[in-house]
Write a protein that binds this ligand. Structure first.
Ligand SMILES: C[S@@+](CC[C@H](N)C(=O)[O-])C[C@H]1O[C@@H](n2cnc3c(N)ncnc32)[C@H](O)[C@@H]1O
Length: 229
């Protein structure tokens, strides 16, 4: 596939999955109790040591090669940014900045988000901003449970609060994400389309340069006292 010829996920599913509502009810009613893997507990402890706990915390969940993590750290010098991904290979790829220019207010963490999100919640951590950028779409109908909003970890992800933003190039994913949020939080977020003037991630750049429509869902889970986030 050439660079600017990326395809929108193809799926037999054209709208919100018919089993999503039932799944969400089940996940809301039954806490997710999968035991934590030791390597995720170690990664979590490292992350908590790196963050001083005093400045706002940003989570770039599924950060891939980490370009968005760096951009977020540069945009928010008074915050601390965690870029979490399960792929050591992606995290280790060369960054578009010389080491000397790398922001100091970030940490890349190799961990499985299924554990990492719950470890954050169990430790009472609240996020300031939370990004889920271009998650794997799992477009096959039978793969619903692999999409984040249909995974049993989703209530724990939402409980971290803050301003949550999910971006995707698959309209159905965005619609389902918004539906799941609205169902579990009794809110009324909508799906927006947007133009990525300055793409935050390599996937965003590739999709934009392929002329695709980009979707996002934003939820202001918790407002600061002055109403800003
Ligand atoms: C499609 S890529 C998007 C990467 C990046 N956000 C971007 O837009 O360039 C999805 C990323 O999610 C990561 N990922 C998927 N499941 C994960 C999990 N359970 N825990 C941590 N990372 C995960 C993958 O390793 C991959 O880097």
């Amino acid at each position: 596939m050439s660079y600017a010829n990326s395809r929108i996920p193809e799926s037999a599913q054209q709208g919100i999955h018919e089993n999503l509502a039932v799944r969400l009810r089940r996940h809301a009613d039954f806490p997710f109790r999968k035991p934590f893997a030791p390597y995720n507990q170690t990664a979590f402890a490292t992350a908590m040591r790196a963050w001083d706990g005093r400045v706002p915390l940003v989570l770039d969940a599924g950060c891939g090669v980490g370009h968005s993590t760096i951009a977020l750290a540069r945009a928010h010098p008074d915050a601390f940014v965690l870029g979490v991904d399960q792929s050591e290979d992606r995290l280790a790829r060369r960054k578009p900045y010389p080491d000397a220019l790398m922001p100091k207010n970030l940490l890349f963490v190799r961990a499985d988000l299924v554990d990492f999100w719950r470890l954050l919640g169990d430790a009472g951590v609240r996020l300031w901003r939370h990004y889920v950028l271009y998650p794997n779409p799992w477009p096959k109908i039978g793969h619903l449970g692999r999409r984040w909003h249909a995974h049993p970890v989703f209530p724990a992800l939402l409980a971290l609060g803050g301003r949550l933003e999910c971006r995707t190039n698959w309209r159905v994913y965005a619609e389902e994400f918004a539906f799941a949020l609205n169902t579990l939080q009794n809110t009324q977020v909508t799906v927006e389309t947007f133009c990525a003037q300055q793409p935050l991630t390599p996937f965003e750049r590739k999709y934009r340069d392929s002329g695709q429509t980009l979707y996002r869902v934003i939820w202001n889970g918790e407002e600061d006292d002055d109403g800003t986030l």
